[in-house]
Write a protein that binds this ligand. Sequence first.
Ligand SMILES: Cc1cc2nc3c(=O)[nH]c(=O)nc-3n(C[C@H](O)[C@H](O)[C@H](O)COP(=O)(O)OP(=O)(O)OC[C@H]3O[C@@H](n4cnc5c(N)ncnc54)[C@H](O)[C@@H]3O)c2cc1C
Ligand code: FES
Length: 324
Amino acid sequence: MAESDGLLLTVTEVCAETPLVRAFTLARPHREPLPSWQPGAHIRVQLPGGDDRSYSLINASTDSRATTRPTTYRIGVRLEDPSRGGSRFMHALEVGDQVSVLAPSNNFPLEPGPQPVVLLAGGIGITPIVSMAAVLAAEGRPYRLHYAGRARGDLAFIKEIEQLCGEHLALHTDDTAGRVFDIAGLFASLTADEPIYCCGPRAMIDAAIAAAKAYGWTEGRLRFELFTAATPQSEDQPFEVVLNSTGESFLIPPDKTILDVVIEAGKDPLHDCKRGDCGICQVRVLEGVPDHRDYILTDAEKAEGKKMQICVSRSKTPRLVIDL
Ligand SMILES: Cc1cc2nc3c(=O)[nH]c(=O)nc-3n(C[C@H](O)[C@H](O)[C@H](O)COP(=O)(O)OP(=O)(O)OC[C@H]3O[C@@H](n4cnc5c(N)ncnc54)[C@H](O)[C@@H]3O)c2cc1C
Ligand code: FES
């Protein structure tokens, strides 16, 4: 990749944070300045096969120059299993290796404002959240960071987070509590209209969405970022999809999405996140009943069944006709 298309960065430091998480520091060859970024931003690292993976930028310092005039980027990568190879590629990187990176972009921004903020991180979801805590601490804005994991030894960046957050930090480890962090209980304890920013495993985000609904939270009070795409479920069945524009029919197997199959067939439907999170791949449903798995449509839209996100959603009927 030419520097004009993105950034060619050298790995300057690798640090094992936990048995599964490694932190990488990346810099230009002579530490030339890098594009600035704001909490919640991620970079996209190119993989050898041409694909890329997103990694949230980490800053645990209250010095604003770390984000406004950075000379290094820091990311934390969890080794995944199963994996299509992205995290394995990252974990094989050594000091001196070069990576091609797309400049920071942000789909998970921290909104300015005076009101207190609740930050909620599970596992590797701490990466965008710690950067939010650093800015809130620098601004002197009230906040509380809840950081959950299986055991203390699995909590990446824990020492610097304790130093940064002090009494604003609440740790929730399953081994000491003897149970998984009670998200509904946290939501029940909140009285003001403070926003929650949540990043963590899908189960944590689903629990937060369910709690926000149960307590009648206004739209937008809960903000979250999903790291992973929907995974196949054991009861998933193959189904037929017909494209209305051409009449072509495709069989969608349990381990592939509609989007995967039509791309493999040489089509180029609009898409971006592939996680049911951005709304770009939405199509109208002309026949059949979609099985919604996205985080975009409202409950009413899902019940109506007139549109769907083809990157994650499947079908409850043997055949779907979509406006594509
Ligand atoms: C905006 C954004 C920011 C991100 N920030 C970070 C970050 O800071 N740190 C970080 O480590 N990651 C981050 N990610 C995730 C990261 O981009 C990669 O998805 C991650 O490294 C895994 O890539 P992979 O190729 O190893 O695994 P993938 O093949 O992409 O799989 C990811 C996960 O999906 C599940 N999965 C995949 N296939 C199957 C299957 N067939 N059956 C069951 N489960 C399956 C597994 O749980 C697996 O661990 C971020 C993602 C986004 C979108
Ligand atoms: S590509 Fe983002 S919702 Fe489907």
